[in-house]
Ligand binder design. Structure first.
Ligand SMILES: Cc1cc2nc3c(=O)[nH]c(=O)nc-3n(C[C@H](O)[C@H](O)[C@H](O)COP(=O)(O)OP(=O)(O)OC[C@H]3O[C@@H](n4cnc5c(N)ncnc54)[C@H](O)[C@@H]3O)c2cc1C
Length: 410
């Protein structure tokens, strides 16, 4: 391969050539992983290559929920990755789960999303905060194949979580819930909700409580799948839908923690979810980089492969660096969990994935816009990661808040 003298001598050139030489060299950090983490990463990687990548486009265009892969992942234990082995889980750490979500999302963004939400937002919540009775009902089956959802958002309250209007009224030993939730991922195929309602709207965030509810409970109505462009989601392979609660009666014992602790519980869970969505975004970005490299090696323009054009090399190099920085921030957040680290990882990973997917579309030219190639799907999938789990704008504000707090500069 002919290389310009400048590229031969600069660090950028070396990085660029390495980046083009081998996709596996784009994956850093592997030597720092424990044997168990490497095993999970490899297991998920092989699964993605064998079972997800070949079918991802088909699931997306035909709007098929990936039942078979989810069933297989359940049998591998990945639906209860961090849950206690006492309830059928694997008892893994967050980094192991993030590595799995990254690899699965590289293969198919829908499967990565389903697994990420189920584990980080539902299973881990019940595992870490549930009573033994709650774990028996809401965890045991959910490490084995039943899917769980996290129903926080409402039509009038997304970023503004304290503005939740779903009401919970105590009636003897039961709570009666009324309200509307929106964008509930996994609710159509799922078996239970972790949801949030206010016991007193005037108390704003101090009035929220977290409830576990079997989805078949009387008074729960699931609406039509949302039709959106992203994450191969909704009317595509994975699903999200509105959920209405009408006089839903559940025992008081299904409250997680104390009534009034719901806001804290939701925020702690979102810190975890952002690690999952960051990992998901890194997987999508890696897939876009892989797509671009493989196309650039084959497509001939001006008598040589695109990969030998300086501007295409620059784009691939930029993509590689964007993937790497997002990956490192994500792994760091999974190891040192804090609101700041999770927000930073989600911000960087979502933003970088969108930029990487944009470069990918450009490198494929007209084919980048064609539904017959993967680039446009990566582009749609990447864009969603800047919205769900908390919009990019609020992640930046969170990072700024904690940065200044650390420096006593608020
Ligand atoms: C595919 C998909 C799946 C989802 N899955 C789930 C799920 O499983 N469970 C669930 O509970 N929710 C889910 N959501 C909802 C998602 O978390 C919300 O859409 C997201 O938090 C943003 O809320 P919103 O749409 O109401 O936007 P809004 O809160 O109305 O914000 C709109 C825009 O206003 C600006 N903005 C608002 N507030 C601020 C602020 N404080 N600082 C700076 N800028 C601000 C930002 O630019 C933001 O993008 C899902 C959404 C999608 C699209």
């Amino acid at each position: 391969m002919a290389t310009s003298p400048l590229l031969k001598t600069t660090k950028l050139g070396i990085y660029s050539r390495k980046c083009l030489k081998s996709l596996s060299q784009c994956r850093t950090f592997t030597t720092q992983l424990t044997e168990q983490q490497r095993t999970i990463q490899e297991m998920a990687r092989n699964f993605a290559d064998e079972h997800l990548k070949p079918n991802a486009a088909h699931h997306d265009t035909e709007a098929l929920f990936p039942f078979e892969p989810i069933k297989k992942l359940a049998s591998m234990g990945l639906l209860g990755a961090c849950a206690s082995p006492d309830y059928g889980g694997l008892g893994l750490d967050y980094l192991s789960l993030a590595l799995a979500v990254e690899e699965l999302s590289r293969g198919c963004a829908s499967v990565g999303m389903i697994v990420s939400i189920h584990n980080f937002l539902y299973v881990n919540l019940v595992n870490e905060k549930g009573t033994p009775e709650q774990k028996e009902i809401f965890l045991r089956d959910f490490t084995k194949g039943a899917l769980g959802s996290f129903a926080l958002s409402e039509p009038g309250a997304g970023t503004d979580v304290a503005g939740i209007q779903t009401k919970a009224e105590l009636n003897g030993d039961n709570y009666i819930l009324n309200g509307k939730k929106t964008w509930v991922t996994n609710a159509i195929e799922g078996k239970a909700l972790a949801t949030f309602a206010t016991i007193d709207p005037a108390l704003r965030h101090k009035g929220l409580a977290c409830f576990l509810i079997p989805i078949e409970t009387e008074g729960i109505f699931r609406g039509q799948k949302e039709r959106i462009m992203s994450v191969s989601m909704s009317d595509r392979a994975a699903t999200a839908c509105p959920v209405t609660l009408e006089d839903v009666c559940i025992p008081r014992s299904y409250v997680v923690g104390e009534p009034g602790e719901g806001f804290r519980i939701a925020m702690e869970q979102l810190d975890q979810a952002r690690i999952g969505i960051a990992a998901h975004a890194v997987g999508i970005a890696q897939s876009a980089l892989d797509t671009a490299i493989s196309y650039a090696k084959k497509r001939i323009a001006f008598g040589k492969p695109l990969s030998r054009l300086a501007s295409v090399k620059d784009r691939l190099t930029e993509m590689c660096m964007l993937v790497e920085t997002a990956r490192l921030a994500t792994y760091r957040a999974a190891v040192e969990v804090s609101t700041k680290n999770s927000a930073m990882a989600k911000y960087l990973a979502g933003r970088n994935a969108t930029a990487v997917a944009d470069h990918c579309v450009q490198i494929l030219g007209g084919r980048g816009l064609s539904v017959n190639y993967d680039a446009e799907r990566h582009y749609r999938d990447a864009r969603g990661t800047q919205i769900y789990g908390g919009v990019t704008d609020i992640q930046k504000r969170l990072v700024g808040h904690y940065l200044l707090k650390e420096h006593d500069a608020l």
